[in-house]
Write a protein that binds this ligand. Structure first.
Ligand code: GLA
Length: 519
């Protein structure tokens, strides 16, 4: 049978098309294989959806050459370089490193290709629980670190006139961490307004990390499911006669991996003002991946300027863990307070290490601008009441912000009495604004003194040891020539009659005797 010319042509076309589509299919297969199928080369993401509607993502941007793997891993505030890879296709071990200021942080990731997925296992810290996740191909570039932004020249941001005495209030992080939501915040405001705390000066109710969703089409920051209406929440807190605080980071991501203010500083400051916020805690976090410690000042100045322009007084609290000698420039960037240390934990060890290490920072604090040794852990359960008394005394002697960090809805009377001791709070809030100093140390016993308005002094006799101790303070080491005429025990709420050249008290282990003296 003879084929007509047309038929031959269409057969030819068909064969050609088949070859073409087969080639195309093969080409895509090859592409897929070379991107994600054959080895670990590619951009991968393991998504971990959160109940608040956000997703905690781990990005692995990897390049495999034989059995060597290079690249980056990014999760929350961490951006690691893969610096070492060992093992083979059925399990690679990647040693990942990042610089955190001048310190190196290392973690290990195990990765293996299974079909078109990457199975990932890691531990946050050596010895902590194993976290396993599955990563899938991510669009190229998604999750990579953005460019650094140009930084402003240094100048002095004008004083906003706030925080003439150390800020007082509450912050969600220590007790609630990622579980804070609108209902909890309202309940805390209710408690603060009705349990006596407001009367003794607690004022700010502050939301810490994990409130953010992302950005809308205009780049405005949005809150996640836990906080359906930030303006309504601020109105509610204000209706209780209290103020409200918010949290962000100069980095693209906050420490918990939520949206930061990077590149949106002015826009965010305006949003906070429009919502009615009165306080911003600005946490370095992911900014460490873009800027050096030496550049912190310029980065913080940028938000200081943005807050000044926002049209509402907003207390500015710097949180960069006391790096780059922040006490020397914190006030110049508009800061009302600056963290002087890493994060506090609810333990005697953590609290006492922080509290007793602040002596030399005393000269840098003044009305409007305070050293911040981190929030209070009083009432969170990791210390006994004597230790919490020491915590409250130390923070007051240091003229530190008093931001309670416990669940104010369920406080024991003992804890409430510690947090609301007016006489101790008055030391913290003294109008002179001068932090106290260590005046003597003998083994585990320390005496600290704080100058107060009207020529008075607050004197604390601390026993850091594990046995009761007799501690004696001589009036001469406080610069006094004679016995003070008046003395008050601030924890016993009792006047004391003083005689002679000194005062002695037996102080229980981890407890304190706190007195105020005057002529
Ligand atoms: C850092 C801060 C903490 C808290 C967390 C939130 O660790 O120092 O006070 O804000 O981030 O992620």
């Amino acid at each position: 049978m003879r084929m007509g010319r047309d038929m031959k042509m269409s057969l030819h076309r068909l064969r050609f098309q088949t070859i073409e589509s087969r080639t195309r299919a093969l080409f895509f297969l090859f592409l897929a294989a070379s991107c994600h199928g054959r080895d670990l080369t590619g951009n991968w993401v393991a998504r971990d959806p959160q109940p608040d509607g956000t997703s905690r993502d781990t990005y692995l941007d990897l390049k495999q050459e034989g059995s060597r793997i290079r690249g980056h891993i990014r999760v929350t505030q961490y951006y690691y370089n893969v610096v070492e890879s060992t093992g083979g296709p059925d399990n690679f071990t990647l040693i990942c490193s990042m610089m955190d200021g001048h310190n190196e942080r290392r973690v290990e990731y195990q990765v293996k290709l299974v079909g078109d997925e990457v199975h990932v296992a890691t531990r946050r810290r050596p010895g902590s629980e194993l976290i396993e996740m599955v990563a899938h191909p991510a669009p190229p570039g998604e999750g990579t670190l953005p460019q650094r932004l140009p930084l402003p020249e240094p100048h002095a941001v004008p004083d906003n006139g706030l925080a003439r005495t150390p800020p007082m209030g509450w912050n969600s992080w220590n007790k609630f961490a990622g579980r804070v939501d609108d209902a909890a915040l309202r309940a805390i405001a209710d408690a603060m307004a009705s349990n006596g705390m407001k009367e003794v000066g607690y004022e700010y109710v502050n939301i810490d990390d994990t409130w953010q969703a992302g950005r809308d089409a205009q780049g405005n920051i949005t809150s996640n499911k836990k906080f359906p209406d930030m303006k309504a929440l601020a109105d509610y807190v204000h209706s209780k006669g209290l103020k409200i605080g918010i949290y962000s980071s100069p980095g693209p991501k906050t420490c918990a991996g939520y949206e930061g203010s990077y590149g949106h500083e002015e826009q965010d400051a305006k949003t906070y003002a429009a919502w009615g916020f009165d306080y911003l805690k600005y946490d370095w976090c992911d900014a460490r991946n873009l800027y050096t410690d030496e550049e912190m000042r310029a980065v913080y100045q940028k938000m200081g300027d943005a807050l000044r322009k926002a049209g509402r007084p907003i207390l500015y609290s710097l949180c960069q863990y006391g790096r780059a000698e922040v006490w020397k420039w914190g006030a110049l960037v508009g800061g009302n307070a600056w963290r002087t240390t890493g994060d506090i934990r609810d333990s005697w060890d953590s609290m006492s290490k922080i509290g007793f290490s602040q002596d030399e920072l005393a000269p840098f604090a003044k009305p409007g601008h305070w050293n911040d040794p981190d929030m209070l852990e009083i009432g969170n359960g990791g210390m006994n009441d004597d230790e919490y008394k020491t915590h409250m005394t130390l923070w007051s002697i240091l003229a530190a912000p008093l931001l309670a960090g416990n669940d104010l809805r369920e406080m024991s009377p003992g804890i409430a009495a510690i947090l609301t001791n007016r006489e101790v709070i008055a030391i913290d809030q003294d109008s002179e604004g001068k932090p106290g100093r260590r005046v003597s140390k003998s083994g585990d016993q320390e005496i600290w003194a704080k100058p107060l308005s009207g020529g008075r002094q607050a004197v604390a006799l601390f026993n850091r040891g594990s046995e009761p101790a007799l501690i004696t303070v001589k009036w001469s080491i406080l610069g006094l020539k004679s016995t003070p005429a008046h003395a008050r025990d601030l924890w016993k709420h009792a006047d004391l009659k003083l005689y002679g050249t000194d005062y002695s008290a037996t102080v229980r282990s981890h407890d304190v005797v706190f007195i105020r003296i005057s002529d």
